[in-house]
Every structure is written in C-alpha cells, then in structure tokens.
Design a protein around this ligand. Structure first.
Ligand SMILES: C[S@@+](CC[C@H](N)C(=O)[O-])C[C@H]1O[C@@H](n2cnc3c(N)ncnc32)[C@H](O)[C@@H]1O
Length: 219
C-alpha cells in the first residue's frame, strides 16, 4: 500500500533537472541526530517523512544510513531561502562549515542562481529512486499524503516549530514514531519547540528523549 502511494507520489512530484548543478551539503541541524540514526539502524523503517528539508543534508543522512529506506520530504523550497542563505554569509554557522569567505559567497550565489529546490535535489544525486520532494507546506501537504495512502514509519519534523505539525502527524499516523529538531532552539524565548514537544508528550502520554537539538517521542 505505502509502496504504491510512494510510487504515485513519485510520479506526481518529479525531480527537477540537476545535471551540472553544484551540490551544497550544508545542514541547519543542531546536533543529536545520532538518536535518529539509531532508530533507522535498529528499526529499519521502510518509509520516512521529513518535514522541512532545506538543502536536504539531513535527508541525505537518512538515505545514506540504510539502502532500503524511502523518504518523502515536504518543503516549499521557496525563494525566501535565497535571502536566508545570503544572510548566513559571515555568520558563525556558515563560517564553521566554509571558513573561506569566497566559498560562502559562492554558496549564496549558487542558491540564488540554481534555486533552492534544484540545489537541494542536486545534493541527493544518486537517491532519485528513494526520495520524493513534495513542494508544499505542512500541515496541508500532510493531509494530501495521507489521502494518497502514504504511511510513514518514522517522521522527522524540522520546519517552522509549530505545534500543529505534531498534532496533525499524530492524528494522521498514530503508529509512526515522531521525532524532530529544534529542542535547543530559542533559549532567550524559553525554548518554544521544547514547550510544544512537552505539551504533546503530556497529552498523549509519550516519553521524551532529547540530545542537543534532536527530540524523539516514545510511546
Ligand atoms: C531548519 S530548515 C530544515 C533543515 C534541514 N532539515 C537540514 O537539516 O538541513 C527549515 C525548513 O523548513 C521549511 N519550512 C518552513 N515552514 C514549513 C512548513 N510549514 N512545511 C514544510 N516545510 C516548511 C523551510 O522552507 C526550510 O527549508
């Protein structure tokens, strides 16, 4: 059933042409993703849903860990990411990844010239059969996935830090393991994602495991 849904999604959401494009394997992740690696290695989820993919660096990590896992990624990949990447130039995170300022400028220029969507998919070269890029916004796009018959075993939420993303995932896929990023985000704002995850865990009786940015809900 889910393989049929995956195949159907694949034909509805084709990849852009990526030949000749420069891939930038740059992640916005904040650490602790070995918790997700461990789930993938131990439980071998057949289908994963990632909400918020950016340049698909995290997606590449999941796809590289298990040669059978198939991933559907939801992200608008809109042009707002161009300005966002431009703002990263000179900032600590991008400077850690690319210490040379000229490389940082090239990063921003490539995202602008190639577009965020094509640049993200260029980063997943070789994974064309196992990744479907769904351009859209959570939670609306999630209902469409469900209607198609897609049933993820594992969900990774790294989008806009909204409670509704978790609520809708639990409603649509009560058996999926739900995980995500941003546990450590926003110290001065009282860790908003942590509050969201804690509230959901309380309501549904989940236990939380967390490490740096990464959180995992256990039933
Ligand atoms: C922090 S980045 C994701 C980082 C990525 N997982 C990585 O490790 O590099 C957040 C992404 O969420 C996307 N996004 C924002 N709101 C969204 C929504 N409602 N649904 C899906 N994606 C969303 C943005 O376009 C952006 O690419």
């Amino acid at each position: 059933m889910t393989q049929a849904a995956f195949d159907s999604l694949k034909s509805q959401h084709p990849w852009p042409e990526t030949d000749g494009l420069t891939a930038w394997d740059y992640t916005l992740g904040g650490g602790g993703r070995q918790l997700i690696d461990a789930i993938i290695r131990a439980q071998k989820p057949a289908f994963m849903l990632e909400i918020g993919c950016f340049l698909c660096s995290s997606t590449k990590r999941w796809l590289s860990l298990d040669s059978d896992i198939r991933v559907v990624g939801v992200d608008p990949w809109d042009d707002g990411l161009i300005e966002q990447c431009r703002r990263y130039v000179g900032r600590p995170a991008l400077t850690r990844a690319y210490p040379d300022r000229a490389v940082q400028e090239q990063f921003a220029a490539d995202i602008e010239a190639q577009g965020p969507f094509s640049t993200a998919l260029a980063n997943l070269h070789g994974f064309e059969d196992r990744f479907v890029p769904v351009r859209g916004l959570s939670p609306d796009a999630l209902y469409v996935l469900k209607e198609t018959g897609f049933e993820p075993d594992l969900i990774y939420i790294d989008a806009n830090k909204q409670a509704i993303d978790l609520d809708v995932c639990i409603e649509l896929w009560p058996d999926a393991q739900i995980t995500g990023d941003d546990w450590h985000w926003g110290r001065t704002k009282g860790y908003p994602m942590r509050r969201v995850v804690e509230a959901v865990a309380h309501t549904h009786g989940f236990k939380i495991e967390a490490d740096h940015a990464t959180w995992v809900l256990h039933r």
